[in-house]
Design a protein around this ligand. Structure first.
Ligand SMILES: Cc1cc2nc3c(=O)[nH]c(=O)nc-3n(C[C@H](O)[C@H](O)[C@H](O)COP(=O)(O)OP(=O)(O)OC[C@H]3O[C@@H](n4cnc5c(N)ncnc54)[C@H](O)[C@@H]3O)c2cc1C
Length: 488
């Protein structure tokens, strides 16, 4: 399985070499005895699913005590906010856990067709509600995580150690040999225990302490790219006045941008309710209390969401979330880093949540890991496998950073457009302008955003023609209450 970091033995050529005199452990054709995964959330569970095919035992170490049902928990504070599963992520999830999409649907997770079932407003224009080309699964995050957890933990090789937090790594700059843990809430050093492992995967989320842990064993933390638009979320659960949801259930998406700094999503979840997330760029944050929540929606580009909220009944307090920066940790770049240590999920690359990408990228990462480990042509060195994991997040990063780096108030070392990016930004602006009214451009745009196609889909001949030479087609002047009749 994963062996050294891919450099010549006995050297430190910049990427770490794992040259510690020990044979590569684990290595191709040789199962790992024990893999430890830090964190017990979506990325950890899906990574465990993949690695259990290559290891005798996989231990997930999770700080929280895990709830018995689909409940939010402290370690995943974002779970109270809208969590869409993009179509690319849904397909990857199904490949990892066959049958899970049917189970999700049976559990009550709604499926929203785009653009047919969604009133979508972007850059001052409403999308036409033509036939859907893509779908979003919009059930709550705790319900999805609970289902994934039940499915993954049905594998007897995978166990979870709950209520236990990782506080450091075992090993040295050339090879990680396990983790140091303590029971949650323990304060003294004597309570720290060791957990030896052949491979350690950090899936502890966007707040990962891996930079400190690596420094603690004399290794180099990864270079971090950051892009922070200051986007803030406020979310509340509602029951709409329209009654139980059917095909015509309302779903709204107002995408914030440089000129329209407030956004909103209203999406159906289980039990005929709707989760409403209001968002605002730096300086325009939505209120984190009940007072003013509905009023904030009056400042959107159109009053339709505000009007819907006035008639709906709130069923939860308001929950706020502020730390929404996109952060990418470049473990793939040269540095003195150990073999036997990988980062996955948000610990590797986290995104501005407005694009709804993180869970999908976690699933795509688990597939990339599977493929990297199965590749008969290449030894799956730590560095190669890490690069495969990062590659699985590249398109999502390109989409999120491409849109965010130009926003007013964006901060971080990944802001600003380089001159080489200018033609792409110019082309993308024309795509965004045409997508609401032109079904061909709209379908291609959605395919890229949904991570079902590479961004090359935006340059397919009919799309290219429409983007370069076609007019900006008319769009509805008011929120379209109903889908357009099927063409033909
Ligand atoms: C506000 C918001 C909205 C979002 N909306 C969407 C969306 O619509 N669609 C989407 O796909 N994604 C969305 N995301 C991203 C999504 O939540 C994550 O990408 C997804 O949860 C996968 O993350 P993860 O498993 O890597 O980490 P997380 O889900 O953050 O989990 C990390 C886990 O590690 C545990 N942990 C942390 N430190 C330690 C430690 N030292 N020892 C042991 N355990 C530890 C935590 O308790 C937690 O269980 C959103 C994110 C935010 C912030």
């Amino acid at each position: 399985m994963v062996d050294s970091a891919g450099a010549r033995p006995g050297t430190h050529d910049g990427a770490g070499d794992g040259a510690d005199g020990h044979p590569p452990v684990p290595s191709p054709g040789r199962r790992a005895r024990h893999v430890v995964i830090i964190g017990g959330s979506i990325a950890a569970l899906l990574t465990a699913r993949t690695l259990s095919d290559h290891a005798d035992r996989v231990t997930i170490i999770e700080r929280d005590r895990l709830p018995a049902g689909p409940e939010p928990r402290a370690g995943v504070p974002q779970s109270r906010h809208t969590h869409v599963l993009l179509e690319g992520g849904a397909r990857a999830l199904e490949e990892l856990l066959p049958g899970i999409l049917a189970e999700l649907r049976a559990q009550g997770s709604p499926r929203v067709g785009m653009p047919r079932d969604l009133v979508h407003w972007q850059s001052g224009r409403f999308y036409r509600r033509t036939a859907s080309t893509h779908h979003l699964l919009t059930g709550t995050r705790p319900a999805l995580e609970w289902l994934v957890r039940r499915r993954v933990l049905a594998d007897s090789r995978i166990t979870v150690v709950e209520g236990t937090e990782v506080v450091g790594l075992l090993g040295d700059a050339s090879r990680v040999r396990g983790v140091r843990v303590r029971e949650r809430g323990a304060r003294t050093r004597t309570e720290v225990r060791s957990f030896p492992a052949d491979l350690v995967v950090d899936a502890s989320g966007r707040g990962s302490r891996a930079p400190d842990w690596l420094a603690g064993i004399g290794a180099e933390p990864a270079h971090e790219e950051t892009l922070d638009t200051g986007l803030a979320y406020a979310t509340r659960l509602f029951r709409g006045a329209d009654g139980p949801d059917g095909a015509e259930c309302p779903a709204y998406n107002f995408t914030p941008d440089g000129r329209h700094v407030r956004g909103a999503v209203v999406l159906p979840v289980e039990d005929g309710r709707h989760l409403v997330t209001l968002s605002g760029l730096r300086g325009n944050e939505p209120p984190s209390e009940e007072d003013g929540f509905t009023g904030f929606a009056a400042g959107l580009g159109h009053p339709v969401v505000h009007d819907w909220l006035l008639k709906a009944r709130p069923e939860s307090p308001v929950h706020a979330f502020r730390a929404t920066a996109s952060v990418r940790r470049r473990y793939d770049l040269p540095g003195r880093r150990p073999a036997g240590f990988l980062a996955a999920g948000d610990a590797l690359c986290s995104f501005n949540p407005v694009y709804g990408q993180g869970m999908s990228v976690a699933a795509l990462g688990a597939l990339a890991l599977r493929d990297a480990l199965a590749d008969p042509r290449r030894t799956p060195t730590t560095r190669r496998v890490q690069r495969a994991l990062l590659d699985a997040s590249r398109q999502a990063w390109k989409i999120a950073s491409g849109a965010d780096r130009e926003l007013p108030g964006a901060r971080g070392n990944a802001t600003g457009t380089r001159w080489v990016d200018r033609p792409g930004a110019w082309y993308l602006a024309r795509v965004v302008e045409r997508a609401p009214g032109d079904p061909v451009v709209g379908a291609a745009f959605r395919a890229a955003l949904a991570l079902t196609s590479s961004t090359a889909v935006l340059f397919a001949p009919p799309v290219l023609r429409a983007v370069l030479f076609g007019p900006v087609r008319p769009t509805p002047s008011a929120p379209p209450a109903n889908p357009e009749p099927a063409a033909g």
